[in-house]
Design a protein around this ligand. Structure first.
Ligand SMILES: CC(C)(COP(=O)(O)OP(=O)(O)OC[C@H]1O[C@@H](n2cnc3c(N)ncnc32)[C@H](O)[C@@H]1OP(=O)(O)O)[C@@H](O)C(=O)NCCC(=O)NCCS
Length: 116
């Protein structure tokens, strides 16, 4: 969990009164990590809310791009990030465990005048 120390680095959780912890997502050093929503609670906008909050956290400390690593087969995650403005910027072949992962990046905040 040390990775979440430092400015703008945070692990967020989503909880419900009935089921407790239902989702989570973090950002550390410009990379989105551990985004997950339990099956029962999927499709209700929880991941979108987490990602929007993570984007805001990152932008509060950095104007550098924000990145997510998404497996090619992961249609829900890919759609989610593309719908929030992330763009494909490459594949991630270096680490065999991450083979087939796509790098999706949200461009530099200052390069997006519509966001100012
Ligand atoms: C990917 C995941 C986090 C999405 O969580 P969620 O709370 O269900 O997502 P949301 O309800 O916030 O949906 C946000 C957007 O994601 C996309 N999406 C979510 N579920 C989808 C599905 N089954 N099929 C296609 N797109 C989907 C859509 O673009 C959706 O926006 P829309 O509702 O306007 O169409 C969830 O499926 C999950 O935990 N999967 C397993 C872990 C994982 O893959 N994590 C991501 C690693 S990079």
């Amino acid at each position: 969990m040390d990775v979440y120390h430092g400015p703008g680095n945070r692990l967020l959780v989503a909880a419900s009164r009935t089921d407790g912890l239902v989702g989570m997502g973090g950002v550390a050093d410009g990379v989105i990590r551990r985004l997950f929503v339990i099956e029962k609670w999927r499709g209700r906008g929880i991941a979108r809310a987490l990602v929007m909050r993570l984007i805001a956290l990152h932008r509060s400390v950095s104007s550098q791009p924000l990145t997510a690593l998404v497996a090619g087969w992961n249609v829900p995650a890919r759609k989610l990030f593309l719908s929030r403005g992330f763009q494909p910027t490459g594949l991630f072949p270096q680490d065999p465990k991450m083979a087939g992962c796509e790098i999706l990046s949200l461009p530099d905040f200052q390069a997006r005048p519509q966001d100012v």
